[in-house]
Write a protein that binds this ligand. Structure first.
Ligand code: NDP
Ligand code: MG
Length: 389
């Protein structure tokens, strides 16, 4: 097999670090060409020392000087600023771009990689939510293969191999239900930051952990599946599965349902996206069903988890509604993590923005970014107003 040259965008995060462990185990055929972080210069410098990439990028330019000092004895080119991600995604020597950045900030570099025909391993779901049409079209036109790292979408991608695309009847996305699966709408009123950050199954970065608690994460995943698999929204279902062993399912026209199972361990979907269509031995935990004993499934509670119904509405509406949905969430989650708003305010703020927004369809990237900016400002204004009130 020929060598694969990889750029990891967001190598200091939860997915980024797991990806480095997978690549360590895959052996020397998988080589790191570029790594990036936003502020965590110490860790990025350590990674540069260990993996000897040709490029390191620090997206928050305030940290550039620190990084330069830390890697001054290494033979590595330092890039800085938000656009540095585009530069590394476009590098001639890069075959695979693994996007593990958090939020809409990952959009320009994913788009650039798609336009250059790179293999894209995408963990960073927000760009797919806000610009799924643009991204999948760019990938198709330029011969770029998009492989999902999100565990549910990796599961669907794997289950889809059991039949032809036109034989697929529907997709069933599983959800752990997060820390508040059994909560009532009233219980959610008094949720603390600490409770919201304690996910029962997955250890992830703070933003997606909050998204899992509100179930915004599952709402995003419905939209993500819609674009990745070109599936009508009406054929994408969500099922709560607290054990998180069945990562998702595909029902074919004959009624056969194919599920992909495994221990909840992101190293498996990361590896699959890197080695596809080949499978190789991995370092992920092995599934012992006899130890699990029971697998349970239940319908999601759409009254308590309003985010999920909003997600379906947004998926059906399309246009700029998804970008507003995502940007309002990013801004609101930031306010919640900073202790400025209550847990329940997150979804209230998102709904407020969606109600105020005039949806535009057939939009350019610039118009998407305008809507993104508008929604963030709306959230800021609302929070400011309620703090003063
Ligand atoms: P983390 O917060 O752990 O890591 C985020 C990474 O992106 C870090 O390297 C961080 O750098 C960098 N980063 C942060 N802000 C910016 C920015 N504005 N511009 C560029 N880079 C930035 O997140 P996760 O690894 O948990 O998640 C990454 C993505 O993968 C998200 O989109 C998430 O939804 C998705 N995902 C994650 C899963 C998981 O298990 N964690 C599962 C499925 C999907 P620094 O360290 O310097 O802050
Ligand atoms: Mg997921």
């Amino acid at each position: 097999m020929s060598s694969k040259h990889i750029a990891i965008l967001g190598s200091t995060g939860s997915i980024g670090k797991n990806a480095l462990r997978v690549i360590d185990a895959l052996g020397p055929q998988y080589q790191i060409v570029a790594l990036s972080a936003h502020t965590n210069v110490e860790q990025l410098a350590e990674q540069a020392r260990q993996y000897k990439p040709q490029f390191v990028a620090i997206t928050n330019a305030d940290y550039e000087e620190r990084l330069r000092k830390l890697v001054s004895d290494l033979d590595v080119e330092v890039l800085s600023g938000a656009d540095s991600l585009i530069k590394i995604a476009e590098l001639e020597e890069v075959d695979i771009v693994l996007s593990a950045v958090v939020g809409a900030a990952g959009l320009p570099s994913i788009l650039a990689a798609a336009r250059r025909g790179k293999r894209l391993a995408i963990a960073n779901k927000e760009p797919l939510v806000i610009a799924g049409e643009l991204l999948t079209k760019a990938a198709k036109e330029n011969g770029s293969t998009i492989l999902p790292v999100d565990s549910e979408h990796s599961a669907i991608c794997q289950a889809m191999q059991s039949g032809r695309r036109e034989e697929v009847n529907k997709i069933i996305l599983t959800a752990s239900g997060g820390p508040f699966r059994k909560a009532t709408a009233e219980d959610l009123q008094n949720v603390t930051l600490e409770q919201a950050l304690s996910h029962p199954v997955w250890e992830m970065g703070p933003k997606i952990t909050i998204d899992s608690a509100t179930m915004m994460n599952k709402a995003f995943e419905v939209i993500e599946a819609h674009w990745l698999f070109d599936m009508p929204v009406g054929k994408i279902e969500v099922l709560i599965h607290p054990e998180s062993i069945v990562h998702s399912l595909v029902e074919f026209v004959d009624g056969s349902v194919i599920a992909q199972m495994g221990e909840p361990d992101m190293r498996l979907p990361i590896q699959y996206a890197l080695t596809y269509p080949v499978r190789v031995a991995g370092i992920n935990k092995r599934l012992r069903l006899e130890e699990i004993g029971q697998l349970t499934f239940e319908r999601p509670n759409l009254q308590t988890f309003r985010a999920l119904s909003l997600g379906y509405e947004v998926a059906r509406t399309g246009g700029t509604s998804a970008v507003v949905f995502n940007a309002a969430n990013e801004a609101a989650v930031q306010e919640f993590l900073a202790g400025k708003i209550k847990f329940v305010n997150i979804v209230e703020l998102i709904e407020h923005c969606l109600n105020k927004h005039d949806v535009k369809t057939d939009v350019s990237l610039e118009e998407l970014l305008e809507a993104d900016d508008w929604a963030r400002k709306q959230v800021e204004a609302q929070v400011h107003k309620s703090v003063r009130a």
